[in-house]
Design a protein around this ligand. Structure first.
Ligand code: CP
Ligand code: NVA
Length: 305
């Protein structure tokens, strides 16, 4: 049976930690002779735009000796309503894993149910688990183990926020969330996060003494019709220098990108000394290489240290 990665909690805490540590090791070694994926292919199905997800998977596959296929869903028979299950069966016979970016976690689950190879969520309306592997790697690399620390999520309770909620429980840190009324994360996900998640009334309350501050766009892909309403609702949720001053002096700033300077974050913060967003983006490459090694059972014996 193939393992899938449709949400971060599809790995248990020890497995997620192993993948993140392996990602750090791959990055540190930067070994272009390591080619465990020779002969393997990854199909990448996109219904939404992407820079980082596409390029990191494609480049990661090439670096480790494999090949990635970019499939724009509309240009495939998915775009003419071939059932997800049928597509899953066919791609499973031609490829060794499938990554999907779409707006339906449910369709991804259907796809995985019919696939004989690992299926990876490259972003859905509910989760962005690959992003969290990279974000956790970035936090470990810059500040050590997140266990016992505090992260502050400012803004939309969206797909990336949901994956942060799962990460808090799995990696033993507290996630404080400040979202405008009506834009909070899914209630069931907050409940599943139990004591590791704290909802806060204001961004200042969330950031107070935090070790890490993270935000994302106010308008996710597919929500463009709500842009004006969102700009109004989120106006007090911008991460600026005054807000960063409420965090610990050594706090880092993360953003999955793409960013909108002057909206969810000021240029001063994202281009400032506490921002680690470029390492965060680079880590998509290493984290997904480690994830694929894990899903294909190609991790070296000493990966779990
Ligand atoms: N962070 C992220 O997933 O970026 P892309 O949309 O460019 O893939
Ligand atoms: N929340 C954003 C993340 C983009 C990487 C979106 O879904 O558009």
């Amino acid at each position: 049976m193939s393992r899938h990665f449709l949400k971060l909690s599809d790995l248990d805490a020890a497995e997620a930690r192993t993948v993140v540590q392996r990602a750090m090791a791959l990055r540190a070694a930067d070994d272009r002779t390591h080619r465990p994926f020779v002969g393997r292919t990854l199909a990448m199905v996109f219904t939404k735009n992407s820079t980082r997800t596409r390029v990191s998977f494609e480049s990661g596959m090439a670096r480790l000796g494999g090949h990635a296929l970019f499939l724009q869903a509309a240009a495939t028979q998915i775009g003419r309503d071939e059932p997800m299950g049928d597509t899953a069966r066919v791609l499973s016979r031609m490829c060794d894993a499938v990554m999907i970016r779409n707006d339906s976690q449910a369709d991804q689950a259907t796809f995985a149910q019919h696939a004989r190879v690992p299926v990876i969520n490259g972003l859905s309306e509910l989760h962005h688990p690959c992003q969290l592997l990279a974000d956790l790697q970035c936090w470990f690399e810059h500040r050590g183990d997140p266990a016992g620390k505090v992260a502050a999520w400012i803004g939309d309770g969206n797909n990336v926020c949901h994956s942060w909620i799962e990460a808090a429980a799995m990696f033993g840190f507290t996630l404080r969330i400040a979202s405008p009324s009506g834009f909070e994360p899914d209630a069931a996900m907050i409940a599943a996060g139990r004591s590791s998640v704290q909802m806060c009334a204001t961004p200042r309350q969330a950031v107070d003494g935090a070790d890490l501050v993270v935000t994302d766009t106010w308008t996710s892909m597919g929500q463009e019709a709500e842009t004006q309403r969102r700009l109004r609702a989120f106006s007090g949720y911008r991460v600026d220098t005054a807000l960063m001053k409420c965090a610990r002096p050594e706090a880092v700033f993360l953003h999955c990108l793409p960013a909108h300077r002057g909206e969810e974050v000021t240029a001063e913060v994202i281009d400032g000394p506490q921002s680690v967003v470029w390492d965060e983006a680079e880590n998509r490459l290493w984290a997904q290489m480690a994830l694929l090694e894990f899903l294909w059972k190609l991790l070296p014996d000493d990966a779990a240290t």
